[in-house]
Design a binder for this molecule. Structure first.
Ligand code: ATP
Length: 276
């Protein structure tokens, strides 16, 4: 595995890892026999940082998210979250997917409140509404709280879904291609919103994506997985200002990073010799 210098933030102070995946191996049982999916996964995500994961199609990226969420156990290796071994599903993980799966029979506000009803049953109704409205305002959905999901555009639904996934202040937010179904302009708007949300209330995140620009714009580190069975092939530390805007995507440092990542994806797809 090629690995850049250890991720250092806060004026050079190393931050504790909130997520650690160590030596994880996993195979799914299929009718045709075991299908090895992960073979040597090493991931370390410092608290408060954003980790983007890219890799060839079908290499095991979604499997990684299920491991962190405690939805499955690996055959070998360890997954740690906040100093505790992950052994089952955890309430403190927020999840967002490509399809926002909002409930049509609830308003946008009631959809956003839903995790609080489960995780914080003793919280008053007024506090729940206050918290949900705070987030809806942050993502530009104030005034739409009483609409039904079908009355909103795809981008607006995904904004509401993001609010719902962080309303209960999860320890970690796991996102599997949340912007994948959106048009290019809406997607870029959402990237910006995601950075604004993080600036307003920092959280630790793991994002699975096929979009290298997205990985660099949103990530503090980008992990490239090899082809299946996946191992951690390359880790890039994204050394860009925290208050970056979309303009940064058109500047040379990002062009250089994208070129390295593209090369790594080719290697992962077996279309190139490994270079260091
Ligand atoms: N429950 C399961 N049982 C058997 N095989 C599975 C199961 N879940 C996933 N797989 C297989 O494991 C491999 C990795 O799946 P996974 O969804 O983790 O990959 P991915 O990198 O997220 O894929 P994509 O990039 O296409 O979204 C795939 O070949 C998939 O078909």
């Amino acid at each position: 595995m090629s690995r850049g210098p250890f991720l250092l933030l806060n004026e050079g102070r190393a931050i504790e890892n909130l997520i650690e995946i160590k030596g994880v191996k996993h195979a799914y049982s299929t009718k045709a026999g075991p299908l090895p999916v992960l073979d040597g996964l090493e991931v370390a995500v410092p608290e408060g940082t954003f980790c983007a994961v890219v890799g060839p199609s079908g290499c095991g990226k979604s499997t990684l998210t299920r491991l962190v969420a405690g939805l499955m156990k690996p055959d070998e290796g360890e997954v740690w979250l906040h100093g505790e071994r992950v052994r089952g599903p955890r309430k403190t993980v927020g999840m967002a997917f490509q399809n926002p799966v909002l409930l049509e029979w609830r308003t946008i506000l009631e959809n956003v409140i839903l995790p609080l009803e489960i995780v914080a049953p003793t919280m008053s109704r007024a506090k729940r509404v206050e918290r949900a409205m705070e987030l809806l305002e942050m993502v530009g959905l104030k005034g739409f709280e009483n609409k039904r999901p079908s009355e909103l555009s795809g981008g607006m639904r995904q904004r509401a879904s993001l609010c719902r996934s962080i309303v209960h202040k999860p320890e970690v937010l796991i996102m599997d291609e949340p912007f994948g179904a959106l048009d290019a302009f809406t997607r870029e708007d959402l990237w910006q919103t995601m950075r604004e949300l993080r600036a307003a209330e920092p959280f630790t995140a793991v994002l699975i994506t096929h979009d290298l620009r997205e990985s660099v714009f949103l990530g503090d580190q980008v992990i490239v997985l090899s082809g299946r069975p996946a191992r951690t092939q390359y880790v890039m530390n994204v050394d860009l200002p925290a208050d970056r805007t979309l303009d940064v995507l058109y500047e040379k440092p990002v062009a250089d990073m994208l070129s390295v990542l593209r090369q790594q994806i080719k290697i992962a797809q077996g279309r190139d010799e490994e270079v260091h």
